[in-house]
Ligand binder design. Structure first.
Ligand code: UDP
Ligand code: MG
Length: 313
């Protein structure tokens, strides 16, 4: 008998949750010889999500929940879920049915068939139904981060996956607070089987990710898994020095050959602006890393619990 804990991060999902439970129950019923427990993580929802979870947990043995004191983000919700999951196998699913629960059976079958596998993960094969601009930037992001970082971050990979306990343990052994799961999953390694599926639309409610939020998240990801932007400062500085030396030689030679060169103020101003722009840009990059270091050093907890199925914390 495989004990599976299904972690579901929820932020204002009152519309989607009943649909989710129905679908997930159907999927669970199809998995022979497996005991599924749900662990919902209410990420500070302001709608009826928590009330729904309380009611379900009171009625059903196989429903547990954690509730945060405010919205801490999906990364925090996933971490809380992983920390509190007790199954031998642990799955992470979105509440909006964009991660079809039916795929769980396929993942379980894959893990059972091949004992050397530690993870079966979903990967969407297309970005259908997504705005074009968003797809473009997403693709750029994956290309960028895979160039810059040694950790492989798979394009189209979802957080949707079924993992063995030892992979969960490895993930929890990373103490960092700025968590970027797509990178962490890749970083811990282990053999992963990718299962492709078609992108599906959200069942109900709406997405919590604006373009701007995604953009900031992508910068977080790059900074969490690469220090290449820091070298950019040195490289740019070096290039500017080389250019400056060439310019100096040019000016000296021109002075010696033609003399009297008191013109060129506008170009001087442009160069000044350009160089100081680059300096500020590089300072900004260093500042970003410093800020990340600052939040790590402060070592604040990633989330604060306010309630679980056992009552208020
Ligand atoms: N989510 C969360 N906290 C947040 C934002 C989202 O727990 O601050 C949950 C959300 O309830 C859903 C999952 O994370 O179950 C994915 O969110 P969403 O569907 O908005 O993202 P998308 O699928 O558009 O990437
Ligand atoms: Mg979604």
């Amino acid at each position: 008998m495989d004990r599976i804990t299904v972690i579901v991060p929820c932020f204002n999902e009152e519309e989607a949750l009943p649909l989710f439970l129905r679908e997930a129950d159907r999927a669970a019923a199809q998995m022979a010889d497996a005991q599924v427990t749900y662990l919902f993580v209410d990420d500070g929802s302001t709608d009826g999500t928590l009330a729904f979870l309380r009611e379900q947990a009171a009625r059903r043995e196989d429903v547990r929940f954690l509730s945060f004191s405010r919205n801490f983000g999906k990364e925090a919700a996933m971490l809380a879920g992983l920390e509190h999951a007790d199954g031998d196998l642990v799955a992470i699913l979105d509440a909006d049915l964009q991660d079809p629960p039916a795929l769980l059976a396929e993942m379980l079958a894959a893990l059972r068939e091949d004992p050397s596998l530690d993870c079966a993960a979903a990967r969407r094969e297309s970005r259908e139904g997504e705005p074009r601009v968003r797809s473009f930037f997403a693709r750029m992001f994956y290309r960028c981060i895979n160039r810059l970082s040694r950790t492989e971050i798979v394009d189209g990979a979802r957080d949707f996956r079924l993992m063995r306990r030892r992979m969960v343990k490895a993930i929890l052994s990373l103490p960092e607070r700025n968590r970027f799961s797509k990178g962490i999953f890749g970083w811990v390694g282990f053999k992963t089987k990718w299962i492709s599926y078609r992108n599906v639309e959200r069942a109900a409610g709406k997405t919590k990710w604006s373009f701007w939020k995604l953009f900031l998240y992508s910068l977080d990801g790059i900074m969490a898994f690469s220090t290449a932007p820091l070298s950019l400062a040195s490289i740019l500085g070096l290039l500017m020095c080389v250019a400056a030396v060439l310019a100096i030689i040019f000016v000296i030679v021109r002075q010696l050959l033609f003399g009297g060169s008191a013109f060129g103020w506008p170009s001087l101003v442009c160069i000044l602006l350009f160089v100081s722009g680059i300096q500020l840009f590089c300072l900004g990059i260093i500042g970003q890393y410093l800020a990340k270091t600052y939040t790590e050093v402060k070592a604040r907890p990633v989330y604060v619990l306010s309630e679980t199925e056992k009552g208020r914390v």
